[in-house]
Write a protein that binds this ligand. Structure first.
Ligand code: URA
Length: 190
């Protein structure tokens, strides 16, 4: 039988392969299970931990706004994270925590089969291209395979601490829309 996203959600609840799971709630991705576009953040924050959903705090509100700036809706895409549990005090996830949680993201990608993957920030970009810096690569499509393009973008939370990045994020989403249009990728019709 094929594994589904609800199966993953269920299995993650009883997983203890990462020490963060002792003190935090599991947060898998959410959204369109057949999405062409997959956004990948770093790790859940306080609000995400409380609600068990990704990107539902202030960075999530900004991400929703950016997605809508392309004429898409949050429910058209799939949104996930590298790490599935909130690190204490929102510290950066360690390399071990990222490696431990990675199989979950790999399974999400295998099930959804997105055409465009958008790493949000350096932790997520590092999984795909560990030699690229987010400041150089953001806004530039990077072909991964014949079927998958990686389109790195700054993490939306970074713009909360640096006003200049807000415009960079808006510009990158405008560029993302151009890339999607050029590949004939449109939001699903209801
Ligand atoms: N930041 C992230 O990287 N992920 C979330 O889910 C929320 C904030």
């Amino acid at each position: 039988m094929e594994l589904t996203l609800p199966d993953l959600q269920e299995k993650l609840k009883s997983w203890d392969g990462c020490a963060l799971s002792k003190n935090a709630n599991p947060v898998l991705g959410e959204g369109n299970h057949n999405a062409d576009v997959l956004f990948i953040g770093e790790a859940p924050g306080k609000k995400e931990d409380e609600l068990g959903r990704p990107f539902v705090g202030s960075a999530g509100k900004f991400l929703d706004e950016l997605i809508e700036s392309m004429g898409w809706k949050r429910s058209d895409v799939y949104i996930s994270n590298v790490v599935k549990y909130r690190p204490p005090d929102n510290r950066d996830p360690t390399p071990e925590e990222k490696a431990e949680c990675m199989p979950w993201l790999m399974l999400e990608i295998a099930i959804i089969k997105p055409k465009v993957i958008v790493p949000l920030g350096r932790h997520s970009l590092g999984h795909f291209f560990d030699k690229l810096s987010i400041s150089d690569a953001h806004g530039h499509p990077q072909p991964l395979t014949d079927d998958v393009t990686i389109f790195p973008i700054y993490h939306p939370a970074a713009a909360m601490h640096n006003g200049g990045l807000r415009q960079a994020l808006h510009d990158d989403f405008a560029q993302l829309k151009i890339v999607l249009d050029s590949q004939g990728i449109a939001p699903p019709t209801e």
